[in-house]
Design a protein around this ligand. Structure first.
Ligand SMILES: O=C(O)CCC(=O)C(=O)O
Length: 267
C-alpha cells in the first residue's frame, strides 16, 4: 500500500521523502477543478500535436509548456495558488524556487502507453544530499493498476546504473491513489508509467520545480509572450520564472526595479 500523508503532517512527510526519494500527499484540490483540468488536458494534447507538425512526434500525451495555453484556459495557472501543494516543495527546495516544467502525462486507453513507460530517471546527475530539483505528479484520475499507475523504486535516487526490469518490477511500489493526490519525487529516482489497460484515458499533471538559478526545461516567460499578464498575481509570475530571467542588456542588469529581470535572491 502506498502511504498517503496529509498536508498537515509536514515533518513526517519530509522525513519519508528524505529516506525514500518520494512522498505522496492527499488531495486538497476541488473535484470540479480536477475534472475541468482533465478535460482541458485532453483537448490540448490534440491541439499540440497539430501545432508541432512533426511526423516523428513522440511526445503525444505530454504538453511541452502548459502555461502557453493560459490565455485560452487561465485555469491552468490556478493550481499555482494552492499553498498546501507548494508548502512541501518549499520545505525541500527552500524559498524562491521556480517551475522547471509544467506538463502532463495522458495515457490513451486500451493498452495505451506514452514514452514514460520505460524505466527511467528524469535528470541524469546525482548531487548527494542536495536538492535542487523536485518533480510531482498530480492525479486527474484515480490511479489504479489497471489504468497504468506510476511505478517508483524506493530510495533509488542515488543509484547510477539502471535496475534490471526483473529487479525493478519486483521491488518498485505502485502509486495507486485517488484523484487529486500528489506524488512528489526526486527526478533522479528510477520510475516508470504503467500501461493503461482500461477503457478510459489516464490523466495527470506533471509539475517540476527547481532552484531559481537552474535553467528551466523550457523558457516559460518567453513561451507566454503572447499572453496579457496583467491579471496574473506576482507570486504566480515569480513561480513561472518571470523574476529569474537572465539579463540580455545593461539595463536589465543595472537598471531599476522595473528594468531588472533577475529580481529575487540567489539561494
Ligand atoms: O505518468 C506517469 O505515471 C509517470 C510520468 C513520468 O514518468 C515522467 O513524466 O517522467
Amino acid at each position: 500500500m502506498f502511504p498517503l500523508f496529509s498536508h498537515t503532517e509536514s515533518e513526517k512527510s519530509l522525513e519519508f521523502y528524505k529516506k525514500n526519494g518520494f512522498v505522496a500527499l492527499k488531495s486538497t484540490l476541488p473535484v470540479e477543478y480536477l475534472e475541468l483540468m482533465r478535460k482541458i488536458m485532453l483537448e490540448l494534447i490534440e491541439e499540440e500535436k497539430n501545432l508541432v507538425k512533426n511526423p516523428d512526434y513522440k511526445d503525444y500525451g505530454f504538453l511541452l509548456c502548459a502555461p502557453y495555453y493560459a490565455d485560452k484556459y487561465p485555469e491552468i495557472l490556478e493550481i499555482l495558488k494552492n499553498k498546501e501543494m507548494l508548502s512541501l516543495v518549499e520545505s525541500i527546495l527552500e524559498k524562491w524556487f521556480t517551475i522547471y516544467l509544467y506538463s502532463n502525462n495522458c495515457i490513451p486507453p486500451n493498452n495505451g502507453v506514452t514514452k514514460a513507460v520505460r524505466i527511467h530517471v528524469d535528470t541524469p546527475r546525482i548531487i548527494p544530499e542536495y536538492d535542487y530539483i523536485l518533480a510531482s505528479i498530480i492525479l486527474l484520475d484515480d490511479f489504479t493498476e489497471e489504468n497504468g499507475a506510476t511505478w517508483v523504486l524506493p530510495a533509488s535516487h542515488n543509484q547510477e546504473t539502471p535496475p534490471t526490469e526483473e529487479y525493478f518490477y519486483k521491488n518498485a511500489v505502485r502509486f495507486t491513489a485517488p484523484k487529486g493526490s500528489i506524488l512528489y519525487f526526486n527526478p533522479r529516482i528510477w520510475h516508470a508509467a504503467g500501461t493503461n489497460n482500461s477503457s478510459e484515458w489516464r490523466n495527470c499533471l506533471i509539475l517540476a520545480y527547481c532552484k531559481p538559478w537552474v535553467k528551466q526545461r523550457v523558457d516559460i516567460p518567453r513561451f507566454m509572450e503572447h499572453i496579457n499578464k496583467e491579471n496574473i498575481p506576482e507570486e504566480t509570475k515569480q513561480l513561472l520564472g518571470f523574476r529569474a530571467q537572465t539579463p540580455s542588456d545593461f539595463s536589465e542588469f543595472y537598471g531599476g526595479d522595473k528594468d531588472r529581470t533577475y529580481t529575487q535572491p540567489f539561494v
